[in-house]
Design a protein. Structure first.
Length: 169
């Protein structure tokens, strides 16, 4: 369902008036002349594709996205579905929020090369999200790493990639 509303109307009042309450993860996008539209994953031109990944972090990615991870027999790798949008892989989509699961319990965030890689990935994902009027959410398995990552992105001025601590199940 796509809901339209006028600028200045409270979101809840307008949507409730048509019997629709937005789900967590839905985004409201301005589409000009003061009209907003509720975005869904189906509004994004990406697609789910099967990818092969090392087994590190795949159980956490599966927990975050609900995508099933299948181990390849005899290898420390497996396949999982990821959302491909503008040449960039996201681990999934919730509503219209692009998700990336980060199982970084031992990631050396004090290393400048690692920090540069985090900023580069977040910058690329941020540009894609801005292009489509949505945002990115990184879900990190360690609270310490989530706090450090949040600070790295804040220092880099990246504002539409949020970092949320979601412990492993």
């Amino acid at each position: 369902m796509v809901a339209y509303m006028n600028e200045g109307d409270p979101v809840g009042a307008t949507l409730a008036g048509i019997g629709f309450i937005p789900l967590l993860g839905d985004a409201i996008k301005w589409i000009g002349k003061g009209v907003r539209r509720l975005l869904r994953a189906s509004d994004l031109p990406g697609e789910y594709v099967d990818v092969v990944r090392a087994e590190n972090g795949m159980q956490y990615q599966s927990q975050i996205t609900g995508q099933k991870w299948t181990q390849i027999a005899g290898r420390r790798a497996g396949t999982i579905r990821e959302y491909l949008l503008d040449g960039s892989h996201f681990d999934g989509v919730e509503g219209s929020v692009l998700l990336d699961a980060k199982d970084w319990a031992r990631r050396p965030l004090g290393n400048q090369k690692v920090v540069d890689g985090i900023v580069a990935q977040a910058s690329k994902q941020s540009r894609i999200a801005e292009k489509y009027g949505t945002r990115v959410e990184w879900r990190v398995s360690s609270q310490t790493q989530a706090d450090a990552t949040r600070q790295i992105l804040e220092d880099a001025g990246i504002t539409n990639v949020s970092v949320v601590w979601v412990p492993k199940a």
